[in-house]
Design a protein around this ligand. Structure first.
Ligand SMILES: [Fe+2]
Length: 329
């Protein structure tokens, strides 16, 4: 895989500075980890990943491929960590099926052989613990890029609760910046002339500084892909997500209202409707450089058109071995 410049660079150079544009690094540099396969008759060993495909057609001179994963929900704690975290690890590992690390390892091993880059759109960890952050360091690697999720901000200390605002997030920035190779608030990476932007929108809102930085990035004139944890409201994604989470009832039978698209601004949807977030969405719908949005959070694989130039792609929970391969052509 050729980068748009042939310069060599180290991890330190690559990630220093909060919001510097840089490169995603080819998957050849991912750490090799053992990934499980199973035999499928004469077809031989297959990955357990359930991979769907999408083409992002933006007329590139050099096409490339990305594995998009999200919502791994690693849920580990060392025995000497706070009892709340040890208890959460047992409960949440069980709650997600207990194969989260296996699924991540397998995704990355598959990526190493089959795609050029990996993007993770958050909830890589289920809660903050030394064990989980060690797993971030072990697996994230130079080749990965992406955003954090709401779970990256949860301590799972009973005394902390689960806040949903900027104040609540403040106590986590230092920890996340130290553990993640990407600035969790705003980051940009340019690959073959495509500008990947990762932002934190984990509680359904963006902040003025992020909007300002995004608009500054548009001045580069490159096609842009927005990576963020919580999807923007689009009616059919909202409907499917509500169906998946059982908010419409397990079936639509007897609930005719559930089959109608949910309205933006409904308190049933995670996205906030403060002026900054609403203004950003309205602006993005007109922004012709925006070519795709990659997100997760809802644990379903689905896509829906967001604007005349961009489709929003959600990928299902990586803990369920879900992944999506995106071909940028
Ligand atoms: Fe989430």
């Amino acid at each position: 895989m050729k980068m748009n410049k042939g310069t060599s660079f180290g991890r330190r150079d690559f990630f220093k500075g909060a919001c510097l544009a840089g490169f995603m690094v080819a998957t050849a540099r991912l750490p090799a980890v053992a990934g499980g396969t199973f035999e499928v008759g004469k077809r031989g060993a297959h990955s357990r990943l359930a991979t769907s495909y999408a083409i992002v057609d933006i007329g590139l001179e050099t096409p490339f491929s990305v594995l998009h994963i999200s919502d791994t929900h690693l849920a580990d704690a060392y025995p000497d960590e706070h009892p709340d975290k040890v208890a959460a690890a047992a409960k949440r590992t069980n709650g997600f099926g207990g194969r989260q690390e296996e699924a991540l390892a397998e995704s990355l091993e598959w990526a190493r052989h089959n795609v050029d880059y990996v993007i993770h759109t958050g909830d890589l960890i289920d809660f903050q613990s030394r064990a989980n952050l060690d797993l971030v360091r072990k697996y994230w690697g130079d080749a990965m890029f992406g955003s954090v999720g709401n779970h990256e901000f949860y301590s799972y200390l009973k005394t902390d609760g689960k806040g949903r605002g900027e104040e609540y997030k403040k106590k986590s920035w230092g920890l996340l910046k130290a553990a993640y190779p990407v600035n969790p608030r705003f980051a940009s990476r340019i690959v073959n002339g495509v500008n990947f932007i990762a932002i934190d929108d984990v509680f359904g809102a963006v902040q003025p500084d992020q909007v300002e930085q995004f608009k500054a990035e548009t001045k580069k004139g490159l096609p842009m892909v927005l990576c963020m944890h919580v999807p923007f409201f689009t009616p059919h994604i909202a409907l499917a997500a509500h169906k998946f989470w059982g908010r419409t009832g397990k079936k639509f039978a007897g609930r005719p209202d559930a089959a109608r698209p949910l309205k933006e601004g409904s308190n049933l949807w995670y996205q906030r409707n403060d002026p900054t977030t609403s203004g950003f969405i309205a602006y993005l719908k007109e922004e012709k450089l925006l070519k795709a949005i990659l997100s997760g959070h809802e644990h379903i694989t689905m896509e829906e058109r967001f604007s005349p130039t961009a489709v929003q792609y959600l990928v299902g929970g990586n803990f369920l071995f879900a992944a999506r391969e995106l071909l940028f052509v």
